[in-house]
Design a protein around this ligand. Structure first.
Ligand code: SAH
Ligand code: DHB
Ligand code: MG
Length: 220
């Protein structure tokens, strides 16, 4: 089946996602630098962009920048005077992402904060960017429950919270799995279930990035 998923992704990309030098160059620069190819796919990137547009987002928070591929999609959706803050732990990723973002002409709207997100998130309290309109969680999966708590603190009524990679080939249903990523994802779902401040769903996806899924939630 995986081959069909990839072919269909190619078909969708060909029909609906115009060739884009900036985004393609970002991916090739990432590859050249040896970054893992775990960015969102073009179709997913455009979905993030459309969701941010639907929301009319002025302030976006991203946790997990990598080379800035999803960052560029999201930042392009910002309303005029909007801004995006993205958090990344690995200095090499920050460097590559900054170059990709500069090339995209988005340097003024995007700020990358280097450091472990659990260290940089508290710093956001001192900025005048709170609350966010949209928060994209896409970093180390064991910390997803912590990221959700921070995201809720940085939200207002109507804030959209999206979390990537919540299905991971179906591993999410393996209760006895000792993998910290699986445990983190399951705790994330448990927290969503009991958390009165958010209504959420999760959608399974297939495509060039395999079989996975994302959580979409709105803060009450
Ligand atoms: N959002 C990107 C992909 C992010 S991959 C895209 O779709 O294009 C996950 C990123 O999270 C990696 O770059 C990794 O270095 C970063 N990361 C891992 N642990 C982190 C942490 N504790 N704090 C911040 N970033 C972290
Ligand atoms: C991983 C992280 C991601 O954000 C992703 O989309 C795929 C894989 C990972 O840490 O393995
Ligand atoms: Mg991801």
């Amino acid at each position: 089946m995986e081959q069909v998923w990839c072919k269909v992704d190619e078909y969708i990309t060909d029909k609906l996602i115009p060739t884009d030098d900036v985004l393609e160059q970002a991916l090739s620069k990432n590859k050249q630098a040896g970054l893992p190819e775990i960015d969102v796919s073009p179709a997913q990137g455009k979905m993030l962009y459309l969701l941010a547009k639907t929301k009319g987002a002025r302030r976006i928070l991203e946790i997990g920048t990598l080379g800035g591929y999803s960052t560029i999609w999201l930042a392009r959706a910002l309303e005029e005077d909007g801004e995006l803050i993205t958090l990344e732990a690995v200095s090499q990723h920050v460097e590559i992402a900054q170059q990709n973002i500069n090339r995209a002409g988005l340097a003024e709207r995007v700020t990358i904060l280097q450091g472990k997100a659990l260290d940089t998130l508290p710093q956001l309290k001192e900025r005048d960017t709170l609350p966010f309109d949209l928060i994209f969680i896409d970093a180390d999966k064991p910390n997803n429950p912590n990221y959700l708590k921070w995201a809720l603190d940085f939200s207002k009524k109507g804030t959209v919270i999206i979390a990537d990679n919540v299905v991971r080939n179906g591993s999410v249903i393996h209760a006895a799995d000792q993998d910290e990523r699986v445990k983190g994802t399951r705790e994330f779902f448990d927290l969503l279930k009991q958390e009165p401040r958010i209504e959420a769903t999760a959608i399974q996806t297939v495509g060039e990035k395999g079989y996975d899924g994302f959580v979409y939630g709105i803060v009450k």
